[in-house]
Structure formats: structure tokens, C-alpha cells
Design a protein around this ligand. Sequence first.
Ligand SMILES: Cc1ncc(COP(=O)(O)O)c(C=O)c1O
Length: 416
Amino acid sequence: MNRRRFFQHSAAVAMMSRPAFARLQAIAEQSNDSTASFWNNIRRQFPLRNDRVYFNTAGLGPSPQTVLDGLQNETRSHDETGEAGHEIFDKARRRVAAWVGAAAEEIAFTRNATEGMNIIARGVPLRANDEVLTTFHEHPGGAIPWIVAARNAGATIRLIDLPKQPKDVVAEVERNLNAATRVFMMSHVPCTTGTIYPAADFCALLRERGIISVLDGAQAVGMTPVALRTIGCDFYTTSGHKWLLGPKESGFVYIANATQEFFKPSFVGAYSDVRYDLDEMALELRKTAQVSEYGTRNAATIRGLLAALDFFEAIGWQKTFDRQRELACLLIEDLQKLPRVELLTAPEAGAFGGIVTFRVKGLSGLQITQKLLEDFKIRARAITEHKLDACRISLHVFNAPEEVERLFDAVQEIAS
Ligand SMILES: Cc1ncc(COP(=O)(O)O)c(C=O)c1O
């Protein structure tokens, strides 16, 4: 592992955007011009233990202290007054919407990506014999809501494989569409390989054919720029507790305004309505995503999510994405030197962010992951989906090149 190479490259990237230190004084106090010390200071913002290496942000992102403080302070303030803090939701919706390039009324807060996918799958009225097209690489949280929706409607589900090269996905989707295809759902970044697919390209194709496009963005938001209007999908769902490092049980769903023509909300309650009078049995539901944000919510979770956005804005989003990719790049370059290791992540520039998935010949994904944890105190995740039998490494701003080095040494030993 050539650390000098890493720091030279990072220093060049760091010069592109100076962090907005004013908003995170703790970082400011400890920061100086050295890239290594900058990232060391970032690491110190996390209560993450140092006696093991955490490479599983794609499973669950550990929060920095500012997020934990936001969560705790907001919880306390509600318990001091007894008020629910509803007012934070509109403000947060506007901020999140502006950040992902959507209108505020197209965003609803959820508990996680899975909840968002359920809202979508139950909200698209499928007909008997409709086909839902999706991929072998979906997470259960993305796939199961559609399997159930299809079963309930008498529709069918068909699966396609994903090409290793992201650009080839458009032809693969096109080849598999037919007259019955009503919905196409796939992960913007699959949890298996971490490859970033060109969502705008296949959504344009789907729009041309009148097919509903649904994206699972659980692995994309916070790992790669997401501009929803540019992507042009109908629906998008994500979690706040993965790459955004936000509070557990945070997330949001995007329901494009245009889908209100056919979208049928199924989870509803107080705050879903614009007019409601039980005595007169009068009910008019909102024609916005917010219709699905019913009932009492935890405002502290939203405060924590906003603190997570503050944290990344203080670092700089581009710098965040660059850092993830640089760490991944180091790992990819070194894993490519090991003859028994096969990379599942496309190694070309632009095709990957913070996820690297690999196999070791002769070992199962579970065996690799178990050995990493038990023998080297490195937490990774086994990829069993689609029988890929691999090991997934997630790299985020709190990870260090030294940790990648430790992983490489471990893999080298495992694969020797
Ligand atoms: C692509 C994808 N979709 C959905 C999920 C489910 O996320 P959550 O449990 O936060 O709903 C995951 C979790 O890893 C995922 O990787």
C-alpha cells in the first residue's frame, strides 16, 4: 500500500473545496492544512470504537457526535415542553428536497428505505397480468414489497441480471421490456456490487415506454450525487442511517408530482388530509408525498438527519464522495494484485463509490467475512444475494488508509 500516493492524490482533491468549518467548530479547532490530520479530525467526531475496523456503512452508518447531540437535545426539548415539534418537518422537507433536486411536496419522511418501498409498491395499482421487472441484485427490503404487491394483484415478477459495466444496463433493460411490463424497479447502487448505474439513462427509456420507474437509493444517497429531477424517475426511496450517517430509523421517499394521477396512498392517518370531518364523513387526502407521512413522528430523528446534512456540508459533499472513492480506489488497486481474488465491483473510474465487493477463490463469502472479524477484528458484510458468495467492504469518511492497509494485509493472508 503506497500511502504517499494516497495523500498526494487526496491533497489535490482537498484543495478543490475548503470545508465550511464555521458550522463545525470542533473540526475547525483541530484542523490544519495536512490532509491526513484533517481526516483524523473527522474520525475523532465519531464515538466509533478503535479496537476494530468498521467497514459496513452500507449496512448501518455510525453517526458522528453532532448527530447524536442533535438527536438527544431535540428529544430532551420535547420532553421539557411536551410538544411534538411538528414544525421541524416542513423545514426539513424543504432542505432535503432542495438537496436531492426535488420539490418539497414530493418528499415524505419514513423510518427506512423499506418503508418507502412499501409505500410505493402498495401505491401503484397493479393489475392482474401486469409484470414487475426487477433484478437479481435487489435487497429483500426492495424486493419483498413488490413480490407481495404482485401476488396480491395477480401480477408477475421477472428478474434480470445486471451487467458488470454500468453503461450496459440500458440495453439490458430495453431487451427485457415487453407489453406487460408496468413497473421497473432496481437499486441505483445495488447492495451486492456497489456499482453505480446510470439511472437517468434507463429512466428516460422507461418514460418513453410509459413504464413506471422505481429506484431503491438505500446505497446511493450519501455515496454519490443524487439529482432526482435529472434522473427523472417516478419514485425513489432511501434510508438516512446508511451513507448519510443519520439517526437509526430515518429515511425518506420521493413520490414525483406527476405520479399523483395514479398513486393510491395506503398508509394514511392524521396529517394525510387537507379536509377531514368524520361527522360528515368528508375526507380529502393530500395530493402530495406527505399523504404518507401520517401520525405522530419523532422530530428528534429529523433533527438528527439535519445534523447529518450539516456535518457533510461542513466537509463538502464532493470532498466526501472523493474520499470514499479514493479509499475504494486504493483497495481495488491492491486487491487486483492478488491472483485468488476476483472483484465484483466494476473498477473503472465513475463506476464505483464507497463499496468494494470481492471473492476469494476457494472460500465462501461468509468464510471470508467471518475470518476478517474473528482473526483481524475487521467488520465487513457477506454477500449471499444471488449466490454471489462474496465479501463487501464499505468505505466512508471515518475510515483511514491505514485501515484499508490492514484489510489488504488480512485478505492477502486469507488468500495465500
Ligand atoms: C439496496 C437496499 N435497499 C434496501 C435496504 C433496506 O434498508 P433499511 O433496512 O434501512 O430499510 C438495504 C439495506 O442494506 C439496501 O442495501
